[in-house]
Ligand binder design. Sequence first.
Ligand SMILES: [Fe+2]
Length: 160
Amino acid sequence: MAVSGAGAVLAPAVPSPARHWPRRWQEQEPLLERQHERLEALLTTLLQEHIQPLPAERLELSDQAEQLACRRLLWDLRLHLRLEERWLERWDALCPGHRGNHREAAQAAIAGFVSRAGSRRGRLAWLQELDGWFTAHRQGPDAMAYALARQRSPAPPATP
Ligand SMILES: [Fe+2]
């Protein structure tokens, strides 16, 4: 057997997405804003679903699907917060209070989900709290930090 075959198996078939992640704030900010939009849309969808009553015959299956969707939301939110921290830190635009706010919100969201995921009413209250935090956070600490990152990042090179 040829030894070169092992290298081919170990080599990634496609380049790692991390290699293509933007390095400049002018490219990072739109990506973070798109994540904000997606998270808000997911929150809105889940809130609408949880407000509507479910027919008894669909209750169990829909309940499981809704729980899974909430877990996905939590996962996506934590990934977003980590990426935002990483990029804001890069531009010296992440203050300790902002990071602490992320940590507290993530811990509260996890604890709230664990204690209330079993009931639709509990999940609805959890989603409403998370939605309130997310909106206020985006308009407050995030808006200020993004403006700071804009100031501290170098301007993009001029195009000829
Ligand atoms: Fe933030």
